[in-house]
Ligand binder design. Sequence first.
Ligand code: HEM
Length: 182
Amino acid sequence: MTGQIQKFSPLAQAFHWSVAALILFQIPLAYYMIDLPLSPDKLASYALHKSLGLTIFALGACRLAWRLVRPAPPLDESIGDWQRRLARLTQAVLYALILAMPLIGWLSSSAANFPVSLFKLVTLPDLVAPDPQLHEWLELTHRLMAYTLSGLVTLHIIAAVHHHVVRRDNVLIAMLPFVKSR
Ligand code: HEM
């Protein structure tokens, strides 16, 4: 643990926390909506889920593009090799899921012949023709990705808290706005 550290830029922090908040809302919303009986509430929840998912995709893509322009600050020197590798792998899979899940969801809706709109403002084109068998595969893929994402988000949060509370380093602080390094 060393004195002054470099922090993520305010824009990177804004992308990170907005995607984090949306995902933490999106996953419980999904489990709520799939259990509802067919009703206006179910249809509205699905429509919201799709719009939020597309928003997560757009924010995630902007976050990734910004990361290429302004790379993440170096990790604290006290962090060992295997932890660096694990952190990089977790982050890469998180990015991949944040970008792939919405596309699979959109493909799945198209294959089921259900419309996808962005907050009722624009209706997006169907990506594939209706195909019940393809829909089943895409729905299963979306579900397996959801389990993986839920697991990784949990690990990510546990790791952040561990760094902050047990190791007392600056890993979490680097992503927190308005907080100075230790
Ligand atoms: C990162 C963004 C997204 C996350 C984290 C997410 C997460 C989830 C989760 C956890 C489920 C429940 C899975 C299950 O069946 O056990 C689900 C279902 C579903 N998602 Fe997403 N989703 C995202 C984006 C999208 C998008 C953009 C669309 C469509 C445009 C979409 C369409 C659907 C549909 C139609 C279901 C219901 C499947 C069913 O009825 O069994 N999702 N999603």
